[in-house]
Design a protein around this ligand. Structure first.
Ligand SMILES: Cc1cc2nc3c(=O)[nH]c(=O)nc-3n(C[C@H](O)[C@H](O)[C@H](O)COP(=O)(O)O)c2cc1C
Length: 335
């Protein structure tokens, strides 16, 4: 038997495959099913800052009759009935699930300001979360907000959440930073225990007949791993925080590629939504079989084998690769 164990955010996991945040975890029974199918940990669906504020605003509204206490921003968001689970229900699901499984459950907080909602991190810890995944899904629509301010926002939220809990905290990031490597180091300094690379930004489409914005949520595809492979390979061994790969894991081959790049853990959602929770077993068996056939003794032996840990100048290395790719391309039209 190959030793598949890994350490993610200081947590010892029996193997690297984690079920990432998705509606599947809305049912406590599903979290148990994911454990039975072999998940080494489960990230719960997100509790959104807007949900927490909506509830607080509703309470305030009832308490102070006659005042208009709903912030305009909140009016864009789904009503509390439309959210799958409000803050109390979230904590209840988390508590129930944490009582019924042995694997770690990582709770997910999703927000963009450094305000009161952060106290929910503590409540999540009390409800049994073994870690927090912080998803700062922020699209700076204000043209006066500089990159530096955006970065500061991320760092402030990270520090605030870290200060409020004693369990590890990971950040689920997008790739849209000018210098992701520098940000990763700053997250290290702010105390982040893990980085999840990367979030997918759900990009809208237009219906040109009705002239409406169509919010579309497509499941991922395998080729979306590449930007993640690049950054995981660049960061492996150079930051303190653990690295989890997220997006595009549809077969054990993506798991292997991410591990070779240097990920400590590999997450999957779309594959489970498409194939069912039992697909976790297929991924695990595929990983184990592949390592066994090639004589690996452990996941650790493979981890980071394709990273750039030993490349003296990764910038020059990447630039050389880019130029090589362009040079090698043969257009089909040349005679
Ligand atoms: C239907 C659906 C719901 C999701 N809900 C959340 C969520 O609540 N919080 C979150 O951080 N990510 C959420 N995600 C993102 C996934 O956790 C994951 O990062 C993303 O789908 C990429 O991984 P994949 O290629 O394995 O699907 C959701 C994704 C899907 C498809």
């Amino acid at each position: 038997m190959v030793d598949l164990s890994t350490t993610y955010m200081g947590m010892h996991l029996k193997h690297p495959i984690i079920a990432s945040a998705s509606p599947l975890s809305e049912q406590p029974g599903n979290i148990k099913r994911m454990e039975d199918a072999g998940a080494s940990a489960v990230v719960m669906f997100s509790l959104f800052e807007e949900q927490i504020k909506q509830e607080a605003a509703a309470l305030e509204h009832f308490m102070s009759v006659g005042t208009e206490s709903y912030a305009e921003a909140l009016s864009y968001f789904p009503s509390s009935e439309e959210f799958h689970a409000g803050p109390d229900r979230y904590l209840e699901i988390l508590y129930q699930a944490s009582q019924s499984v042995d694997i770690p459950i990582i709770a997910s907080l999703n927000g963009i300001t450094n305000e009161g909602w952060i106290e929910y991190a503590k409540k999540m810890e009390e409800a049994g979360a073994k870690g927090i995944e912080l998803n700062i899904y922020y699209i700076p629509g204000d043209l006066n907000v500089s990159g530096r301010e955006v970065e500061q926002r991320y760092l402030d939220i990270t520090r605030a959440v870290k200060a409020s809990v004693s369990i590890p905290v990971a950040l689920k990031l997008s790739a849209y930073f000018s210098s992701l490597g520098s940000m990763a180091k700053q997250f290290d300094d702010a105390g982040a225990d893990g980085l999840v690379l990367f979030n997918r930004f759900y990009q809208p489409d237009f219906d040109i007949e009705t002239m409406e914005v169509e919010p579309s949520l497509n499941l991922s595809s395998r080729n979306q791993i590449r930007i993640r492979l690049l950054w995981i390979a660049l960061l492996h061994g150079r930051i303190k925080a653990s690295i989890a790969a997220s997006t595009g894991v549809h077969t054990h081959m993506e798991v292997i590629k991410y591990l070779m790049a240097g990920a400590d853990a590999v997450m999957t959602t779309s594959a489970l939504l498409r194939n069912g929770i039992g697909y976790l077993t297929t991924l695990f068996d595929g990983l184990h079989g592949w390592l066994q056939e090639r004589g690996y003794e452990s996941v650790g032996q493979m981890k980071g084998s394709m990273s750039q840990k030993n490349v003296a100048d990764p910038t020059a290395f990447e630039r050389a690769n880019y130029i090589k790719i362009l040079e090698r391309y043969k257009t089909p039209y040349t005679t």
